[in-house]
Design a protein around this ligand. Structure first.
Ligand code: CA
Ligand code: CA
Length: 447
């Protein structure tokens, strides 16, 4: 463990680096430059994504709510205040929303705690009745339909109305340092809008009270849930920086099974789908989660888009999809993957490249437990590519694709159609990343 003073100096160095980068970012001109000329004048809430910092820096870059006036700068600490500050999803006025402390999404407008039973109330839904109605032994393998499925959907919609926060264009959402800021049980939805920043938040316990049974999902059926902690759909220029994502405190290992399958109440941590494009996901911690990050919702999601950079993130105790990449040009550098089982989350693979995804993965660092195999770090459908060097597995340079391809019939392709150029902060040695990222990632680091 780093000492407290060591951590402080790391933080300071990081802060200085960010300030310097912000000056460079503003170097192209515009009114922001005058403010940024004195780096100290730009606080964390007004920071834009630095120049060349991944795909979200492309074109107009990502400034979030940097230009917000005082009337559109909010400090919120309850769900109702957050909803009010977000305003209308179609109002693109720049806004900064500072989140102080933890907001529980499952509360009503007066702050009263809402339970799954509260959402089900009045819909006629009960899990017992649902299980009775759609037991494959009697219902068969067709999709659930009829009164109990309608009731489930109605209850789910009631919860969704409460816990989904629609983020408008030109918004920065940031946790106030030192307040343990975050959202519990919520889902930030960035849909069809441009220019959004999400920083310094612990986004935890995003749970669907009303999972749907899909008997046709896989060979044995699956329970599917609706909410990601952050969901991007048709979103562009999004910077997701210094957040912590976790299922805690309720882990999948505590879930019951029905119809022989796990009753899964969690969906993605950050899902980037429906033609989303130009996204940078940086210095986050992803932990205690199964399906962590989807890029592209299907093999036909959207061509020419889904360009995403993931760098300096820590993935620890996650099962899969870090990410599951489809179609797009995706750059992964300087990430740390710790594939030791944590709280029952046993890793299956780290990166899945499918549907012709063009993945460049370089200078990442894997920590494998005893008996862990480099051949199991990738996954694919035989059409996706992965290239890139400098990846370390337990400290040793490893060709992940060669290891995977030697053990699998659906080979990962070894050429891509692009060369990353938006690579701010890329370190050409992954050796020290586990130590460095332990104190420079996740919520609570920025100050
Ligand atoms: Ca799902
Ligand atoms: Ca999802």
């Amino acid at each position: 463990m780093a000492s407290a003073s060591h951590r402080r100096s790391l933080r300071k160095r990081r802060a200085l680096a960010v300030s310097a980068a912000a000056v460079v970012a503003a170097g192209a001109g515009a009114g922001v430059l005058a403010m940024n000329a004195n780096a100290e004048a730009v606080d964390l809430y007004h920071q834009a994504l630095p120049a060349k910092d991944g795909w979200a820096a492309s074109g107009t870059g990502t400034t979030g709510g940097a230009k917000a006036d005082s009337a559109h700068t909010f400090t919120v600490s309850t769900r109702a205040q957050l909803v009010k500050a977000l305003g209308s999803a179609s109002d693109a006025t720049p806004r900064i929303i500072k989140i102080k402390g933890t907001i529980d999404a499952n509360t009503d407008d007066s702050g009263k705690k809402l339970t799954c039973a509260d959402y089900a109330s009045g819909t006629g839904y009960s899990l017992a009745a649902y299980l009775k109605a759609y037991d494959p032994a009697t219902w068969g393998k067709k999709a659930p339909s009829g009164p109990q499925e309608n009731a489930r959907a109605a209850a789910q919609a009631k919860q969704g109305k409460n816990i989904v926060f629609k983020v408008p264009a030109n918004t920065t959402l940031m946790g106030v340092p030192g307040t343990g800021a975050g959202i519990k049980g919520g889902s930030l939805q960035v849909k069809g809008v441009d220019n959004v920043i999400v920083r310094n938040l612990t986004l935890s316990a995003t749970e669907d009270c009303f999972p749907q049974w899909d008997p046709t999902d896989g060979s044995s059926g699956e329970w599917n849930s609706a909410y990601d902690s952050v969901t991007l759909r048709g979103a562009t220029h999004v910077w997701i920086d210094h957040n912590t994502f976790s299922d805690a405190p309720f882990f999948d290992s505590a879930e019951k099974s029905y119809f022989g399958r796990k009753y899964q109440i969690h969906d993605g941590a950050v899902d980037i789908t429906n033609g989303s494009d130009l996204v940078t996901v940086e210095r986050n911690q992803f932990t205690n989660h199964d399906k962590t990050m989807l890029i592209g919702s299907s093999d036909t999601d959207s061509t020419g888009k889904l360009r995403v950079t993931l760098h300096h993130n820590v993935w620890k105790g996650i099962v899969q999809r870090a990410p599951l990449a489809r179609i797009g040009q995706i750059h992964l550098y300087n990430n740390v993957y710790d594939t030791t089982t944590l709280n029952g989350y046993a890793p299956k693979y780290s990166i899945d490249s499918r549907a012709k995804a063009q993945v460049v993965a370089e200078h990442n660092h894997w920590i494998l437990p005893a008996g862990g195999k480099a051949a199991k770090l990738l996954s694919g459908d035989g059409t996706g590519s992965v290239v890139g060097s400098g990846n370390l597995v337990n400290g040793t340079q490893t060709d992940l694709v060669a290891a995977y391809n030697a053990a699998n019939s659906k080979k990962i392709k070894t050429t891509v159609n692009w060369t990353p150029s938006l690579t701010a902060g890329l370190q050409t040695s992954a050796k020290n990343l586990p130590t460095e990222l332990a104190s420079t990632t996740g919520a609570g680091v920025l100050s």
